[in-house]
Design a protein around this ligand. Structure first.
Ligand code: ADP
Ligand code: MG
Length: 378
């Protein structure tokens, strides 16, 4: 990819360039925990957005997207974001950097990527983080701290793309490290690296390619349930709740709220258990926790759907070590930890059975935990 981008840059702009990249991400465990003050556990993957960049001595940014085969330019003093969605991410990153007192000068860039779009791997965060990192390196002597780079990406989504996301995706893309997952405490925003190098296993996503749009926002309803239980318990978020506390208020809350809270409390503990297991290199426990998360999301939190439950069932039948829904639910991917010798059979079976039942094959996306935002050396 690097050679292709550099060649395209040379053709279009005729100057030398520097290359940067940032990654998409997975979240191994810790779902619907962010707004409950809990933990998430993401890692950057070997799927990137890569950009060749050079300062152009003007106050304009000139961008060519290889994947969209489209060109766009915008001024750095302009308030109006470009029409093209893909260019708004870059525009937003420039604006948000300037807003924070960072320096941005005119530049030329050609970029491309291989993070699947809209599959739940956060190609948008990869795009933002790539440019946030590049602007920091090229114009700001790397003085903007890494957490601020993640926030530049997050604010870009909020202010220029209409997506009210949390910080996890950009955090993972900026902070990602090869063979490491990161436990992010969504309350204190502290993070810690844990080794993830599953020798003898593969990590593979199956994208169901379905998305069920529901009438009244289930996401908001889940949040409200959690807030109601926290209020009944007299704690700020469910981060501070335990099973015992929940049992004490059982007759004061609805059965539905009870089950929602039971999932969140369990999930908080599972992230911690997975971290302990990884320190021992115990991937069987990691897998067990993934299955438990799936069951919790499906039965207690009720954010699964038929297609994802089916993929999870197939995983169990094929002796997969761990499998669960990844992301908010109601569609998207499952993430699977599979022993090498079970992998071929699992993939073949999942393709065949899913296709027979739903009329299309799931998309197979193999991932390796890799570095996040970085300068690509020549
Ligand atoms: P995701 O879950 O992958 O982040 P989003 O809808 O949030 O999905 O972001 C996808 C958008 O990001 C695309 O519509 C496009 O505007 C931009 N994008 C992602 N990857 C690329 C790419 N390789 N080239 C151009 N734009 C991209
Ligand atoms: Mg996105």
């Amino acid at each position: 990819m690097k050679e292709k981008i550099k060649e395209q840059f040379k053709q279009r702009f005729g100057t030398d360039c520097v290359t940067y990249a940032s990654a998409g991400r997975i979240n191994l465990i810790g779902e619907h925990t962010d707004y409950n003050g809990g933990f998430v556990f993401p890692g950057a993957i070997d799927k990137y957005i890569m950009a060749a960049i050079n300062i152009n001595g003007t106050d304009k940014v000139r961008v060519y997207s290889m994947d969209m085969d489209a060109y766009c330019e915008f001024g750095l003093k302009e308030e109006d974001a470009p029409q093209e969605q893909w260019a708004r991410y870059i525009f937003g990153v420039c604006r948000e950097t300037i807003k924070r007192g960072g320096i941005v000068k005119g530049f030329d860039t050609v970029f491309a990527g291989n993070v699947p779009l809209g599959a739940g791997l956060s190609s948008s965060a990869a795009l933002e983080s790539c440019f946030a990192f590049a602007l920091n390196d090229m114009f700001n002597d790397n003085k903007i701290d890494k957490f601020e780079l993640a926030k530049i990406g997050q604010s870009t989504e909020h202010n220029y793309c209409g997506v009210n996301c949390g910080i996890m995706d950009q955090f993972a893309s900026v902070f990602g490290k090869k063979d490491c997952l990161m436990r992010l405490d969504c309350r204190s925003l502290e993070h810690e690296y844990f080794p993830f190098h599953p020798e003898g296993y593969k990590l593979v996503l199956l994208n169901s390619k379905v998305k069920h749009e529901l009438v009244d926002s289930p996401y908001n309803k889940r949040r409200e349930s959690c807030e109601r239980v926290a209020a009944t318990l007299g704690v700020e978020t469910l981060r501070d709740a335990s099973y015992t506390m929940l049992a004490d208020v059982r007759d004061k809350i609805s059965d539905e709220d009870y089950r929602r809270a039971r999932y969140v409390i369990g999930e908080k503990q599972r992230v911690l258990d997975v971290c302990d297991a990884l320190e021992r290199g115990d991937y069987e426990t990691v897998g067990r926790c993934m299955f438990e998360t799936h069951d919790g999301l499906s039965r207690d939190y009720e954010v699964s759907c038929e297609e994802l439950d089916y993929l999870n069932d197939v995983a169990r039948e094929c002796g997969v070590t761990g499998s669960r829904i990844m992301g908010g639910g109601f569609g998207g991917c499952t993430i699977n930890l599979v022993k090498d010798d079970r992998y071929d059979n699992f993939i073949a079976t999942a393709r065949e059975k899913f296709n027979a039942k739903y009329g299309h094959e799931p998309e197979v996306i193999n991932v390796i935990i890799s570095d996040g935002a970085h300068k690509v050396e020549d």
